[in-house]
Write a protein that binds this ligand. Structure first.
Ligand code: ZN
Length: 350
């Protein structure tokens, strides 16, 4: 189901012509769904008007009405099953595997054979493949599309190779770049794209959508709050492996304050760092008398002093940057719980 807050944004994008879009905004607002819908509309063989009425053959009407994808032609189907010959998706291998996008056969074999880990960056080999793709003629007669996510995961070599392609775009290839961190992209890449910032949905838009995905209304409201108002993130948090943590979300601040290691035994390093950042953030708000964002105010312990909070914030930022380092995860979780406990008791030692 295409989220209701994305539909008007898609119509807005389709109304404009451009060979490269940069979709930016906080994670969990649905930018991947929006990017894919845009690509699908470009490639669709039987586009319909944004109001789901087949577009008339009258040329004027065609240019006046934004055309979105029909959802059932062979081209739409090929996008849905991720095998469209005229669509190239560039993602770091780790992201592609997580989102069920196919990875290049050779790369998949190397990862399966444990010769190397799935890449966290968009590899330059993948970008070279994209350049070849952009230069060959299209297979289905509706041009070609390249989707890049997360666009900031390109190193300098890869980004410069992309820049060259954006500067001299092959005739029938259009680009969608998606990022949560536009400031990490080369300014020259940003300036080659039409930039679009995603809108935040209101709870009135997000809650019915979460309920339509199978969440009870109480869970939907709790998850949306824990996700800071980002519905896709709220839904991800309610996936089976994460929902146990959400159920215990409200108990987390006190478990941390009391250093209950057993409470966190099944938490991943990433989930624990994320939860501690949200807790630290909410305690900063609470300490200045503002409403918390991620937790119910009743779930929050008394905030430690400003020095302890700012030192804790700095520690967490450092840990987030280094969380891929080889380290026994269960020991790391224990160390993070102990550190959070000390900060909550007011320690400001670095
Ligand atoms: Zn179609």
């Amino acid at each position: 189901m295409f989220a209701p807050w994305l539909a008007p944004q898609l119509a807005e994008l389709l109304r404009q012509r451009g060979h490269a879009w940069l979709l930016q905004g906080a994670g969990g607002l649905g930018q991947c769904d929006l990017g894919l819908a845009l690509v699908m509309a470009w490639l669709c063989e039987q586009p319909v008007s944004a109001h789901n009425v087949p577009v008339s053959s009258d040329a004027q009407a065609v240019s006046a009405v934004p055309q979105s994808a029909c959802g059932h032609c062979p081209s739409c189907h090929a996008v849905q099953v991720r095998t469209h010959a005229d669509l190239k998706v560039l993602m770091p291998e780790a992201v592609a595997l997580q989102l069920d996008w196919p990875v290049d056969e050779k790369a998949q074999k190397e990862i399966d054979d444990k010769k190397r880990k799935a890449s966290q960056e968009i590899r330059v080999e993948a970008l070279r493949g994209m350049i070849e793709f952009a230069q060959r003629s299209n297979a289905r007669g509706r041009g070609k599309a390249v989707l890049i996510y997360p666009a900031e995961r390109m190193n300098a070599v890869t980004a410069n190779a992309l820049l060259k392609t954006l500067e001299e775009p092959p005739g029938d290839t259009r680009f969608v770049l998606i990022t949560e961190h536009p400031q990490q992209l080369l300014p020259t890449i940003r300036s080659r794209c039409l930039q679009y910032t995603l809108h935040w949905p209101s709870p009135a838009q997000a809650l019915p959508w979460l309920e339509a995905q199978g969440l009870s209304s109480a869970h939907a409201a709790g998850a949306l709050q824990a996700a800071g108002g980002r519905p896709q993130l709220a839904l991800d948090m309610m996936q089976p492996e994460a929902s146990g943590q959400l159920a215990r979300w409200a108990a987390m601040p006190n478990a941390l304050k009391n250093a209950q290691a057993a409470f966190f035994a099944d938490w991943s390093v990433g989930a624990l760092l994320d939860a501690q950042q949200k807790l630290c953030h909410d305690l900063m708000l609470k300490s200045v008398g503002s409403a918390p964002r991620y937790f119910e105010v009743s779930a929050l312990p008394a905030p430690p002093g400003p020095l302890a909070l700012s030192q804790w914030w700095a520690d967490l930022a450092h840990s987030v940057r280094h969380k891929d380092h080889p380290f026994k995860p269960e020991l790391y979780v224990e160390a993070l719980v102990a550190a959070g406990h000390r900060r909550l008791l007011g320690s400001s030692a670095p």
